[in-house]
Design a protein around this ligand. Structure first.
Ligand code: ATP
Length: 359
């Protein structure tokens, strides 16, 4: 099922939790909603589920207006971070719950429910654990039961809100690849909320990046990482150096270097040039001479800190394995093989930070 979100808005008091969000979710894709705490991810997911009525805008499921449909009529499966299973029910009963509560003509015979539970236990690789109670399962197993329960009703879309958020790092990583494999088998349209960049980039077909109730960019993991559309995305997905810049004819002066252009530049001035550490190249000749302040090697990669001359701007540089053994104090030539140019914020705005870095 494809989902079209059009100009969705939601306020809590005066606070705009969703501020004109439009997004197309393709049928069968695994889309991550990525953003810092408070950016509106959960509100958007709840609006999709029918748990949070939007103030304005529309949600279309396969072209039909679903904005006012009930939770049940949407046939969405959910898994939340702390989605408590029913403690007094064993795993089988937990998984069967959504089928057991059906009444009338919609109700399946016992044998069909039992067969579906067997199928789901196999799908989430928990065969043999059907008679256990939630307290007898690990955190990761519990979330797999929660997922089986969400899948039992044959949902049209799967909505996952930080489903692995409470688990430790290794279990999280294992469940991530497991979920990806499960998604590839079921082909179900899936929306996955996370504030963890690595999780989003590793797991998703496409990533929608939210910031202050708005979508900053939607694209494949490679697109949002390699071609960030805004200063926020640069800072939130990966690392970035910010270099002061101003217009110079058709080009730019960037931390003391002249880029002749013509360049496509924003209308504003002054500007900033954004360069990821691995997008610097070190060679014989370059735009800048950088004095190396520190050199670290880890796992074959080299991490350099350099002061660009004569501007005095300090940058982080990451070089792939095989780079020569540079030494602190040495002067090297640097070029940026990829960059972004944006207006410099008027106030001294702190750069976008990673998870939990925003309000
Ligand atoms: P997190 O990663 O911390 O869960 P999030 O991106 O999912 O954050 P939301 O839960 O969607 O963010 O919240 C967006 C904003 O709306 C936050 O500032 C939050 O405090 C506010 N908010 C959410 N639900 C309510 C509510 N029921 N009443 C008032 N404010 C709310």
């Amino acid at each position: 099922m494809n989902i079209r979100i059009q100009q969705l808005g939601k306020r809590f008091g005066a606070f705009p939790a969703l501020d004109g969000v439009s997004l197309d979710i393709h049928s069968g894709e695994l889309l991550a909603l990525l953003g810092p705490s408070g950016s509106g991810k959960t509100t958007l997911l709840r609006a999709l589920a029918g748990l949070e009525p939007p103030d304005h805008g529309r949600i279309l499921f396969d072209g039909e207006d679903a904005t006012t449909l009930s939770v049940q009529a949407r046939r969405a499966g959910f898994v939340f971070q702390h989605y408590a299973l029913f403690r007094h029910m064993d795993v089988r009963a937990n998984i069967a719950f959504g089928l057991e509560v059906r009444r009338g003509a919609a109700r399946w015979p016992k044998a069909r429910i039992a067969a579906r539970v067997d199928e789901l236990l196999a799908l989430v690789q928990l065969e043999g654990l059907g008679a256990r109670y939630p307290a007898q399962l690990s955190g990761g197993q519990r979330q797999r039961v929660a997922l089986a329960r969400a899948l039992a009703i044959e949902p049209r879309v799967l909505l996952l809100d930080e489903p692995f958020g409470a688990l430790d790092a290794q279990v999280r990583r294992d469940l991530r690849s497991w979920l990806r494999a499960l998604h590839d088998r079921t082909g179900l349209t899936t929306v996955f909320v996370t504030h963890d960049q690595e999780e989003a980039l590793e797991l998703a077909d496409r990533v929608a990046i939210l910031h202050r109730g708005r979508i900053e960019q939607v694209g494949s993991p490679d697109e949002v990482y390699e071609r960030p559309a805004s200063p926020f995305v640069y800072g939130f997905v990966g690392e970035v150096n910010r270099l002061p810049a101003r217009r110079a004819g058709a080009g730019l002066e960037v931390a003391g270097a002249h880029w002749p252009g013509p360049l496509r530049l924003p209308a504003e001035d002054p500007l900033e040039v954004y360069v990821r550490p691995h997008d610097f190249q070190v060679g014989e000749a370059g735009d800048w001479v950088g004095t190396l302040l520190s050199v670290q090697r880890s796992g074959g990669r080299s991490r350099l800190r350099a002061r660009l001359q004569p501007a005095g701007v300090e940058v982080e540089v990451e070089l792939p394995p095989g780079a020569p053994p540079y030494r602190p104090g040495q002067n090297v030539a640097l070029v940026a093989r990829r960059h972004g140019v944006f207006a410099r914020p008027a106030a001294a705005e702190p750069p976008a930070r990673g998870p939990e870095g925003d309000v």
